[in-house]
Design a protein around this ligand. Sequence first.
Ligand SMILES: [Cu+2]
Length: 370
Amino acid sequence: MKRGTKSMVPKGFSRRSVLQGSAAIGVASVIGGTLGLAKNARAQPANVHYELAIDFLDDARVYNGNLLGPTMRIRPGDTLDVDLINNLPALHDDCTDNHNQEHGLNTTNFHTHGLHVSPSTDSTGEFDADNVFVSLVPEDQIVACEEVCGVDVKTMFRYGSNRFRFELPDDHITGTFWYHAHKHGSTAVQVGDGLAGPLIVEDEPGVMPDYIEQAVERIFFVTNRGMMLVDEQGGGEMNPEITMRPGEVQRWRVINGTGNGTDFAFMRPNIANLEMHLIAFDGVTQDRRIPVDYEALDEPWFNPSALASGNRADFIVRAPSVAEPRDTLRSTNLSRVVDMPIKIEGAPVDALWSNEDTLPGRGAYPVRRY
Ligand SMILES: [Cu+2]
């Protein structure tokens, strides 16, 4: 495979922290003239910006030189701008009359999986939104569609770089989503390479129960190469040992980003006395948490810890004081079993917990802005 020749160095990272900081101070001063956010108050809508430069890394197409893209964090009402920069070499292979044949392998697009946003343009019409007909080709690529296909194709070509703008409504649901390349003919290859990443629509403060709101967050991304515990930039550890302190409560956001549509991924911790409850699925918070019996390898559609390709599941997990190893590991030929080795170590913590199983459901009620 031909390698990219342009810079592999990311051109810049998110300005999210700066934006969030200034927005929070603005709200606090309006509410009471003092710093600090009141419970149930929310930040003003922000314009959140990420830049994704695509290059080759070890023969795989990647964002910003990392195994995955950065974790994008937004809130209901925000505008998300993604500047996509295609540094891949031109292939001149974009047009084909067979839709089911791989083509346009260095041509890409950007899709926010699960967001309720425009499938065409932003509200001004100036920027592309989640539009499957947009194709971002390398800067110097020749697109000879009429020659190759003999017809004018519907695709709208962009060259080199493009800004995508996603406007989230004020009452957008909060939860775990993801983004990925979505150009027909190259999606499976590019997502398998790593052109994907977590996308979190943050909960409104005060909506989730305290023990969930204060839980330590971990994001796990199931890829074709294994399960990755991701860091915010898109690096991370593949098939990690998961450390928890005795009594610690963690919120696991799990994304099945594999390109194989027939694979169910089963999350299977290796200790018998871990408390694990499903609290959200596909970005929708449940009305009640569901205890996960991760020893039971039922049909995947009965098992709350099974994720089909593209699914997301959020779990609230509490570590025991001492791990009891499981003695049997039942196997299944139905699916991809994702083993989660847990290591309980460090000083015990007295983390908030509740035996009450009620959850806010869709949770994200429209919140009045101040
Ligand atoms: Cu998708």
